[in-house]
Ligand binder design. Sequence first.
Ligand code: BG6
Length: 489
Amino acid sequence: QKTPASLILLFGATGDLAKRKLYPSLYNLFEKGLLSDRFAVVGVARRLKGNEDFRNWVKDSIMTFGERSDQLEEFISHFYYQSHDVSDSSSYTQLKQLVDRLDEQYRLEGNRIFYLAMSPEFFGTVAGHLKADGLTETNGFKRLVIEKPFGHDLQSAIELNNEIRKAFLEEEIYRIDHYLGKEMVQNIEVIRFANAIFEPLWNNRYISNIQVTSSEILGVEDRARYYDKNGALRDMVQNHMMQIVSLLAMEPPIRLTTDEIRSEKVKVLRALRAIKPEEVHQFFVRGQYDQGMINGKEVPAYRDELNVSPDSNTETFVAGKLLIDNFRWAGVPFYIRTGKRMRKKSTKIVVQFKDIPMNLYYKNGSHLNPNLLVINVQPEEGITLHLNVKKTGQIMETTPIKLNFSTNSIDGMNTPEAYEKLLYDCLRGDATNFTHWDEVALSWKFIDTISTVWEQEKGDFPNYQAGSTGPKCSDELLAKDGFCWWSDT
Ligand code: BG6
């Protein structure tokens, strides 16, 4: 199904995100024939000279970061550039003239997407001007796409939300969480609700704990100015990790509409047990990487990275235990863990089922492995089910086996990049895989207690080596409950 005719007004057109993700993703939609022929993109930034310069920029980005480029010339002919000052009304007046002209030229029916891929400090200003200077006055649809971070705590998120809500309705706001565009994150719902064998077991009677891990090899790279003020808790947990938890824990929606799914996710966040300040240490631990070896190369400690203060108290690793106080999940810990400069790049979910009542095959200290359902989000995509079967031979002994399904090997092709799916959804007006304000507010509320406590106390940093599986306290968090991380499943 093709997207409707639309104009995409992209703020931050020369930024990293646009270059690495947005242009290649949009191009893929174009080449697959999913993008309407009636589309135009207006890039807004400061550093380029004009349309020609911009088109070369886009071309370059697709050649560097994209996989295909056969119809590039035709594609970039739809791109226009406007040099822009975000706080100057006359800039918006010029922008409006260009937008109106393109609207006519491409018969865009007044459909407009305003994509803010820029520093969040300008979100409010831009949204305000878009309305005040008439760009949001249109007969077609208008949508605001907004990148993270959405505030740095509940208060700042409320302020930002109030600002953008002056110009856009909640249903016109598409808050990006790119994890929601990942194939296997979208698959959580299907695995749960399209299989008879999981849903009956998906509760506290049969599941002992659920683990969500997102580890990265990369360090802070050149983002220290942003990262050092935020840390892993705000950067990864408040959004991506909590979104995954809510998809794993939500009740089956009565139908697959945006509102129904979101309302079930919100209920999970509402049922999340709030942590009291004095309990933070019991439920959450943090880490910061020290120097170490990654792929045979020595890498520096976080505190020695560019633009990081030598006594930085910012965490680059978080592990935590979340409890969901409802009938389905009472007593089942959801463990989450994320870190930079870890041993491997891996995002996965492990659902550990409870042990069976007794082990009939017990012999000399042998034990039965628990059944695990592993959802591999990246880099591999697929699911693995861990079972026990009979060891071949005369004796009745058990051995663990894995039933494996990998999407890559079945389709024989790469799944679309998260941004490609999210852009497509937004162009078609499907907000299901974007974050609703209620979710943002509830997750900040949960996170704020933890960050407040952590800001007041100096962390025992650095406490894990680059290239490791994180600090010891992360293993201890689970060991206290009699569990361990299933790192190599
Ligand atoms: C972003 C964070 O949201 O997610 C980054 O800001 C992080 O710090 C990135 O590196 C991880 O995304 P992915 O898709 O590589 O797992």
